[in-house]
Design a binder for this molecule. Structure first.
Ligand SMILES: [Zn+2]
Length: 318
């Protein structure tokens, strides 16, 4: 389900209890039938990608640009609202900031839970079903790849639907902590439910946070933190090792929807290129990996991935 080697799994809901599956009535991600047509230049580049990647097993790395078609904004995309996400040091070191963070997350995580995967997520799942992937590394915490049916997924920066105790390292389903927070803060959600903008890390635009009561760890009473990687925090080493292994097991790297501005993603492009493997980047706008890439494709991510998932040839079994 998530990173092999991530051992803190005991309380994570499985796909069968994924609250996103089977829901109707919420805004959906763009279905394949509603995709914009590709421009001739984009099509030419994608045909070059088919030539370059055809017959190779791929490691896929995705970022926020993949989820914008599901209504989740991108920090760094062309239409992004600049934000200053909290650092790990601020979170653990400042109780008022931590309170504010939890209050905003309490409102915001529900928005991520209601988001639906889009055609780009479906295309990546299809690539895996066709046996073309060594695996998928995502920088997104929204779990939309898993919701779309991808199986071998490394959630590089963690997931929004899990909470970890910084003291005893127990992990909890976010929904369980939500019930505790609702008991501690009766009426809070109803008052703040009209929060407009929600960032990709579930940070809702809520300001009335001073009286919010945080939940202690149900096991040891310690400090809880949403289980994703904050700015100023490192990705756990075993997770990074798993991701490198995925790139090593692949014949090429395909990056989609990431500007690669954080080293946690860029290093996989460097790793692939250093090993002499083609690296193809699909992203609207500049990325920090452009100079390294074998091929850069400026196109809509959902459209481009759908095109590739239909056209890449089968890979011979190893
Ligand atoms: Zn604990």
């Amino acid at each position: 389900m998530t990173a092999a080697g991530d051992k803190r799994e005991q309380d994570v809901p499985g796909p069968e209890s994924n609250p996103r599956l089977g829901l109707t009535g919420f805004a959906s991600g763009t279905p394949a039938s509603a995709l914009a047509p590709l421009a001739p230049g984009e099509r030419d580049l994608l045909d070059q990608a088919v030539d370059l990647l055809g017959g190779l097993r791929l490691a896929v790395l995705t970022g926020a640009g993949l989820s914008t078609d599901s209504g989740i904004p991108d920090y760094r995309g062309p239409q992004s609202v600049p934000r200053n996400p909290m650092t790990y040091q601020q979170f653990v070191g400042d109780e008022a900031l931590r309170r504010r963070y939890w209050a905003r997350n309490h409102v915001g995580w529900r928005h991520l839970r209601r988001a639906d995967p889009n055609a780009g997520h479906a295309a990546v799942a299809k690539l895996e079903q066709r046996g073309l992937l060594s695996g998928l590394i995502t920088q997104n915490v929204d779990r939309l790849h898993s919701a779309a049916g991808s199986v071998n997924v490394i959630d590089l920066h963690g997931t929004f639907d899990r909470v970890v105790c910084l003291q005893c390292a127990s992990t909890f389903a976010r929904s369980r902590i939500a019930e505790i927070l609702e008991d501690l803060n009766p009426g809070y959600l109803e008052r703040e439910s009209d929060a407009g903008d929600v960032a990709p890390d579930a940070d809702a635009d809520v300001d009335d946070t001073e009286d919010f009561v945080m939940a202690p760890c149900p096991v040891c009473g310690g400090m809880l933190k949403p289980d994703f990687v904050y700015f100023g925090e490192n990705v756990p080493k075993d997770r990074v090792a798993d991701a490198y292994a995925m790139v090593d097991a692949a014949g090429a790297l395909l990056v989609a929807g990431s500007s690669l501005t954080v080293m946690s993603g860029l290093r996989f492009v460097r790793h692939a290129v250093k090993a002499g493997k083609p690296a193809v980047i699909i992203n609207r706008g500049w990325t920090r990996g452009d100079d390294l890439a074998t091929l850069k494709i400026e196109a809509g991510v959902s459209e481009a991935l759908t095109y590739l998932a239909e056209r890449l040839p089968e890979v011979p079994r190893a």
